[in-house]
Design a protein around this ligand. Structure first.
Ligand code: BGP
Length: 458
């Protein structure tokens, strides 16, 4: 069967500043944490050793072109642009981003720009990070500076990438700095992130810039083990906490009443100001980026909660390992392709069918060198992964979902937070010793699919 996509469908990939550029003047929480606890990072590889995009941006953009990208998302590093987060703008950073943006446009690759992809300037973290409303204001200033500097040539902006991840990693589950376990502080961080988002949207609207503004959310559809009411209730709480905590404010301009009531009943609500509601209502977006990697399967808890244990989302559900689930064993994530369709249908039916696109989807695999044939990684598994997801995405579009494109994570193998270079995601293989780039089989497949705006499959 031939899967053809709408005209002007966005074909591309995503990356982020910290994971690709390499070291910079302004320190981030990642540099700080790595210097103190290198053992927390796979093979002790830190954020200085990334895929050297800062040096190779021009030839890397040539490679994007070779992969027939018509669009590409990366992020601006707040710490590179404004090393202390709030003060002077670094002119070298302005030159760098200007060059990248201009080259992308010249090559016919539409730049999509994220303002914050997990990379908090250390100076901002030192005053409390997202727990401090001064950091919210500093972020809004940074966003406004980016709009002024680059807004004439960047027409698709994203305030945050996966804003729930720093909440989970930094304040609940101990996989990002500052390694706090405290639900109320996590809720405050999440709430202030929404306020920061809304302030950036407000600034963008006030400046009457030519493009559009959105956010990128990692949506994990919550599937109950069964239709037993206890399982369904558990899945609903997981959905409220991990999806709707950001989805509702940015698409509906308000928080779900059920979420507010739940947190209130456990005394976990962050401090709110009366004017916040108006600001959040102004934060409604033009375009939603959806990152989809895995579903979340849940069941009701089998045991009572330990009242001495810290209050956690898991007070309301257990994760459920469905027998027979298909796994990506390297990352430990389930692969469930219909999830991409379920997300789109949910957006269509419950959120007014917003303009959206798949902003990340991908498969990290360890030790890909074992698949080298005639000098090239033959990553057939990745081609399968993409085409199966695209088939479900295609079904969504044919049923009226407003999905405008598909971006893969990622372009060139890059540095992956605590996993460093363990799992490779790229269309292009990176040789860490020489920095040599070699297109994988999946890169060629994607280039052909983007060129034809379609692919064939049985
Ligand atoms: C997303 C992030 C990316 C990227 C990707 C792969 O959550 O937006 O930055 O890293 O996941 O995940 P990981 O690197 O954890 O394997």
């Amino acid at each position: 069967m031939k899967y053809a996509f709408p005209d002007s469908f966005w074909w591309g990939s995503a990356s982020s500043a910290l994971q690709t550029e390499g070291a910079r003047e302004g320190e981030t929480t990642w540099d700080y944490w790595f210097a103190r606890e290198p053992n927390r990072f796979h093979n002790g590889v830190g954020p200085q050793q990334t895929s050297t995009f800062y040096q190779h941006w021009k030839t890397d953009i040539q490679l994007l072109k070779q992969l027939n990208h018509n669009s590409f998302r990366t992020s601006i590093s707040w710490a590179r642009l404004i090393p202390d987060g709030i003060g002077e703008v670094n002119p070298e950073a302005v030159d760098f981003y200007n060059q990248v943006i201009d080259e992308l446009n010249e090559q016919g690759i539409t730049p999509f720009m994220t303002l914050f992809h997990f990379d908090m300037p250390m100076a901002m973290q030192e005053i409390g990070g997202w727990e401090n409303r001064d950091v919210v204001d500093a972020y809004a200033r940074y966003a406004q500076i980016c709009f002024e500097l680059f807004g004439d040539r960047v027409l698709h902006w994203f305030t945050f990438n996966e804003p729930i991840v720093p909440v989970e990693g930094g304040y609940l589950y101990d996989f990002h700095y500052p390694n706090v376990v405290d639900f109320k502080r996590a809720a405050t961080v999440a709430y202030h992130t929404v306020l920061a988002h809304a302030q950036a949207v407000r600034a963008y609207r006030a400046g009457h810039y030519a493009g559009e503004i959105g956010i990128v959310l990692n949506l994990t559809p919550s599937y109950p083990r069964s239709q037993n009411p206890a399982d369904v209730k558990a899945a609903n709480v997981a959905d409220l906490m991990f999806n709707r905590s950001f989805l509702d404010p940015v698409l509906r301009g308000e928080y779900p009443a059920d979420l507010v009531a739940l947190l209130k009943s456990y005394d976990q609500l962050p401090a709110c100001k009366p004017e916040d509601g108006f600001l959040i209502a102004e934060g409604k977006i033009d375009l939603l980026g959806v990152n989809y990697y895995q579903p979340r399967r849940v069941k009701c808890r089998d045991s009572a909660v330990n009242p001495q244990a810290p209050f956690m989302p898991e007070w309301f559900f257990d994760s459920y390992e469905m027998p027979g689930r298909k796994m990506n064993p390297y990352r430990g994530w389930e692969i469930y392709e219909p999830g991409i369709y379920d997300i789109l249908v949910n957006l269509r039916d419950n959120y007014g069918n917003p303009r959206c696109f798949i902003s990340e989807n991908g498969m990290g695999v360890e030790n890909e060198q074992r698949f080298i044939e005639n000098g090239q990684i033959n990553d057939q598994y990745r081609i399968e992964f993409i085409s199966e997801h695209l088939a479900w995405l295609h079904k969504g579009i044919s049923e009226g979902c407003n999905c405008l494109g598909y971006h893969m994570w990622t372009f060139i193998d890059n540095w992956s937070w605590c996993n460093a270079y363990k799992n490779r995601y790229g269309f292009i293989q990176l040789d860490l010793a020489t920095q040599k780039r070699t297109i994988k089989k999946s890169g060629e497949w994607f280039a052909a699919t983007a060129l034809n705006n379609s692919f064939d499959r049985e």
